[in-house]
Design a protein around this ligand. Structure first.
Ligand code: NAP
Length: 463
């Protein structure tokens, strides 16, 4: 068995090893998953729920250990990693609850012309069967749990392929489930390059559901080869935030200084485009600059560090080059942007042409692109001028602006007086346009990981 080293993006230390799965092994892994799906589906919901609740308690108990793993392999600050790990137990508990709520509905068949009372119709939800879950590196615990916990809660088996850079968190979480009594084979974790394993996983006709979170390019590749199966795609973005002339400027600056830089900007709902009313541009930048300069970057394990590394030096160089290209296109670097290894100083880039690559392409780094607007209708047009539509935010005190935004802005989540970088694990979450298909958020995922059957009992009339 070949082992692969997992490397700290901060100092290149080997932080763990994982056995590598090869593409020809996927066939037997899915065969095992098919058998396990049959067993788990026939396990009553209250027993499944008890296993999940035990797994949640173990995830709570192991929260610090999981946080250390996240920070080591992903490079995010321990502060952020602790926040992420601490949500694990709750996501599993929410899933255990939703998994025990698979209600159907009774159908009023006698309202169909010619049908009497002799027939009885209802709907029944059942697990899809084998789920393939593919997750990215940026939230190695949350984005894994948002797939596997609801999938297992409703009685599916799962083959999980975490990001190649961050498999150790996935292994630690999977152990919570197996230690809680999840039967062998119901959850299998495979490791290796998505480019090698991806096709074997997503094209197998025994797989009924693919739940993918990652880049739009990989999502497009998966949807082109997946065939007939249920597909959830949580993809890329370039999230806008609008700051209107009636906004509370200090409050907006506080929120943008968080929303643009958490996890070194490697968040699908990170603030990327900041569209500021021209009347308050100077005040807003004056308020924002010191806040961004105060963000302490550095060693992820240091207690003072707020924001850690990018996932690799290659990624950090890509972000550094994007900032430099924006500046050579005529934008102004107000602060930040310097790179040391995998760390980039949080940057504000002003006067960005909203049509330029720096605004349009997903940056996935610690920088924001500031552009100006003349009013709410213009701001919405700029915000919507993007291939993506995941999250958006607006800062305004005006109810009419808020309602216009809610109705006219094309984004899966819209935050009035906050940035898109906010998520409750129970809320529907997913993008429009090239940001994806389907919704996550535990109740929505339960829906997407089950199938509805219509049952009709054809009785004889007793009248
Ligand atoms: P990525 O390169 O697309 O990788 C995501 C996952 O897909 C990884 O496990 C990867 O494996 C795997 N993969 C790669 N090629 C594949 C193929 N041909 N078939 C099947 N799977 C394949 O994305 P990333 O760089 O890890 O993550 C960043 C992206 O995720 C950003 O675009 C971000 O916006 C998006 N994201 C979206 C959301 C959301 O909710 N909308 C949330 C978080 C992140 P390897 O690691 O082995 O390459």
């Amino acid at each position: 068995m070949q082992l692969e080293d997992i490397i700290s993006p901060f100092d290149g230390r080997v932080v763990g090893q994982v056995p590598v799965t090869r593409a020809p092994e996927i066939e037997s892994i899915i065969t095992k998953s098919v058998k396990a799906a049959d067993l788990w589906r026939h396990t009553p919901a209250h027993i499944r729920s008890a296993v999940l609740l035990k797994a949640a308690a173990l995830a709570d108990e192991r929260s610090e250990e999981i946080a250390q793993i996240i920070s080591s392999e992903n490079g995010k600050s321990l502060l952020e990693a602790r926040g992420e790990a601490s949500r694990s137990g709750e996501i599993i508990r929410l899933s255990a609850f939703e998994g025990s709520q698979l209600y159907g509905s009774t159908l009023p068949l006698d309202a169909n012309k010619g049908t009497g009372l002799e027939k009885l119709g209802f709907t029944l939800r059942q697990p899809v069967g084998v789920v393939v879950a593919i997750s990215p590196f940026n939230y190695p615990a949350l984005l894994v749990l948002h797939k596997i916990a609801p999938a297992l809660a409703v009685g599916n088996s799962v083959v999980l392929k975490p990001a190649r850079a961050t498999p150790l968190t996935a292994i630690a979480l999977a152990k919570c489930f197996t230690d809680a009594g999840l039967p062998e084979g119901v959850l299998q974790v495979v490791h290796g390059a998505g480019s090698e394993l991806g096709n074997a996983l997503v094209t197998d006709s025994r797989v009924r559901k693919i739940s993918f979170t990652g880049s739009t390019a990989t999502g497009a590749q998966i949807s082109s080869v997946a065939g007939i199966k249920k597909l959830s795609l949580e993809l890329g973005s370039s999230c806008p935030v609008i700051v209107m002339d009636d906004a509370d400027i200090d409050f907006a600056a506080d929120a943008v200084a968080l929303g643009g830089y958490i996890n070194a900007g490697q968040v699908c709902i990170s603030v990327q485009r900041v569209i500021v009313h021209e009347k308050v541009m100077a005040n807003f930048l004056d308020a924002l600059k010191p806040r961004v300069e105060a963000i302490k970057v550095g060693d992820p394990k240091s207690a003072e560090t707020k924001v850690g590394t990018l996932i690799s030096e290659t990624e950090a160089i890509r972000v550094e080059k994007s900032i430099a290209a924006a500046v050579s296109d005529g934008a102004t670097l107000l602060t930040g942007g310097a790179r040391t290894g995998t760390i980039i100083k949080p940057a504000i880039v002003c006067g960005v042409n909203p049509k330029s690559a720096f605004a349009q392409d997903e940056l996935f780094g610690p920088a924001i692109a500031v552009s100006s607007t003349t009013g709410i209708t213009d701001a919405i047009a700029i915000a919507n001028d993007s291939p993506y539509g995941l999250g958006a935010g607006v800062f305004t005190q005006n109810m009419d602006n808020s309602i216009q935004i809610a109705r006219e802005l094309d984004a899966g989540s819209i935050h009035i007086n906050w940035t898109p970088l906010w998520r409750a694990d129970l809320m529907p979450y997913g993008g429009l346009k090239s940001s994806g298909i389907g919704k996550e958020g535990v109740r929505s995922t339960v829906n997407e990981m089950t199938e509805e059957k219509t049952i009709i009992l054809h009785g004889r009339s007793w009248q």
